[in-house]
Design a protein around this ligand. Structure first.
Ligand SMILES: [Zn+2]
Length: 511
């Protein structure tokens, strides 16, 4: 393994100047710096992303517990993680090996099975199937590796056995196994342990000790293991499955902010103990919650959830993704009609520009070959600024703003008199905008019901209206202009929004 120590560039030194790393419990990995910085809760600051292999990184996301339908809280978490994965792949040029664990054995799944007189595995299969359909409808890339607890009982058993053998864990009277947190001095490195820990249990030696294995109870599925009968605890599954796939260390480990404690804390503790290492996950990524406006938190028990199919009835996957792109992944995000309307307006600005650019390049004007260097300079500056923003903790909001500025300047050029015609820079900007947005996972497609025929009919109508309108404008014919406005309003009701200018009329379909 080649060891390269990172050089912190002057321009990014501000992002990691809070405190020296040696004062935190985060250990800077040896390896190849990517030039990117990411917030890490163990260091409580942004830290440089350094990979063992310069071109390959490993990633694990804690997946859902499959006992019910996913809601928009899950949607925002997994869309934001999908955006970060796409940035690592497309902008840092790293091959990312992604894995996700599915919790298909759990109290809630067993409870639902008993309530509905259905085998717990059927409950899990049904909701896992639904989960992947929901993820696909949001254009989230499927992980390369999917691990299910029920398929990894052997790995979990040998993981727990080793912790018992090394006296990091102990077996209780009821056949449960607990991790002894007093034997792991760094316990609380992600987030200081709260004394409530898990539910009170007389058999636990310390309040923060947590169950690796739950002793058998009647009516519950169970597996025979060396120390008795029972089923895995929640935290152990991710550690055992990650270790089976990736070995003793992982680059990125992600999940919602609610998993930071105790779930990820416990994962790190038991994995470091198992592998006899000081750091198991080098980079923890936690996504902030989605709040429905007016509510403090969305949860099944509060009955204030919105399912993913419900979300997609009122907003396209692209609009929802744009709302995610314009917020910071680490902080809470509000879900409201205003937030979604703003996201749709931003998306439409890009769609209108791309259509206008297409019409502009294909119009009858003749270029004198001038590239209008000022626009090309601006394009280059924005390309560089966007890379810097993405390398600074995946700041997509800055990128979207930069792209809007670029589009606004390009629109001014498009609207110049035909004697000043600059197709080359406009094509380059349109190409760059399309490239960036598709790399962020936007589809930029019209809705599925639009056929080629209806598109060309709308094109014809919009062109005809544009010609009529320009004539009416030059003649100051109010009646015809009014008729044009009526056509525009009627088309908006049919979900076709027309954008008028003196040079072109373009349209986009809207929800
Ligand atoms: Zn997990």
């Amino acid at each position: 393994m080649r060891k390269v120590f990172p050089v912190i560039s002057r321009s990014l030194s501000h992002v990691c100047s809070l405190k020296p790393y040696k004062e935190t419990k985060w250990l800077m990995p040896n390896g190849n710096p990517t030039g990117a910085y990411i917030y890490n809760c163990v260091a409580d600051q942004k830290v440089p992303v350094i990979l063992n292999d310069p071109h390959i990184a490993t990633w694990y996301s804690c997946g859902p517990t499959v006992y019910d339908s996913a809601h928009i809280g899950h949607a925002s978490c997994y869309v934001k993680l999908d955006i970060i994965q796409r940035i690592i792949k497309s902008f840092l040029n790293i091959k990312l090996v992604t894995a996700m664990g599915i919790t298909d054995i759990d109290d809630k799944i067993i409870k639902k099975g008993l309530e509905t007189k259905t085998h717990f595995q059927n409950i899990a299969k049904q909701y896992e199937h639904e989960f992947w359909l929901d993820m696909s409808s949001l254009n989230i890339e499927k992980p390369l590796i999917i691990t299910r607890v029920s398929e990894h009982i052997n790995s979990i058993e040998s993981f727990v056995q080793k912790l018992i053998d090394t006296e990091m864990a102990y077996v209780t009277m009821d056949g449960s196994v607990y991790f002894d947190t007093t034997k792991y001095p760094s316990y609380g490195k992600l987030q200081r342990a709260q004394t409530e820990g898990e539910a009170a249990n007389e058999e636990k030696r310390n309040k923060t000790d947590f169950a690796l294995w739950k002793g058998h109870k009647p009516d519950e599925p169970s597996w025979n293991v060396k120390w008795g009968k029972g089923r895995p605890g929640w935290h152990i599954e991710c550690s055992a499955m990650v270790s089976k796939v990736f070995g003793s260390q992982i680059d990125f480990h992600a999940g919602g902010i609610d998993l930071q404690f105790p779930h990820h804390e416990n994962e790190e503790a038991q994995s470091c103990a198992y592998h006899n290492t000081r750091q198991w996950a080098n980079y923890w990524i936690h996504v902030g919650h989605l709040h429905v406006k007016g509510d403090t938190k969305m949860s099944k028990s509060l009955k204030n959830t919105i399912s993913i199919p419900e979300l997609l009835k009122s907003h396209s996957a692209d609009v929802f993704r744009m709302a995610c792109l314009t917020s910071s992944y680490r902080y809470p995000m509000e879900y409201s009609s205003e937030v979604m309307k703003t996201a749709e307006e931003v998306l439409n600005k890009f769609k209108f520009f791309l259509k206008d650019a297409f019409i502009y390049v294909n119009n009858n004007a003749v270029s004198n070959g001038d590239y209008k260097d000022k626009i090309l300079d601006d394009l280059q500056k924005i390309e560089e600024a966007n890379i810097e923003a993405l390398k600074n903790d995946f700041n997509t909001a800055v990128c979207i703003n930069n792209l809007l500025t670029l589009v606004s300047n390009a629109n001014k050029v498009i609207r110049l008199d035909t004697s000043e015609y600059y197709p080359v820079p406009i094509v380059l900007i349109a190409e760059y905008v399309t490239d960036m947005l598709t790399k962020f996972g936007l589809k930029l497609q019209e809705s599925a019901q639009d056929s080629v025929l209806s598109n060309s009919l709308i094109d014809t109508l919009v062109e005809f209206r544009h010609t009529v309108r320009l004539n009416a404008l030059s003649r100051k014919d109010k009646e015809v202009l009014q008729a044009c406005d009526i056509v525009r309003d009627k088309m908006k009701k049919m979900k076709v929004q027309i954008n008028d200018s003196n040079k072109t009329s373009s349209w986009v379909s809207v929800k």
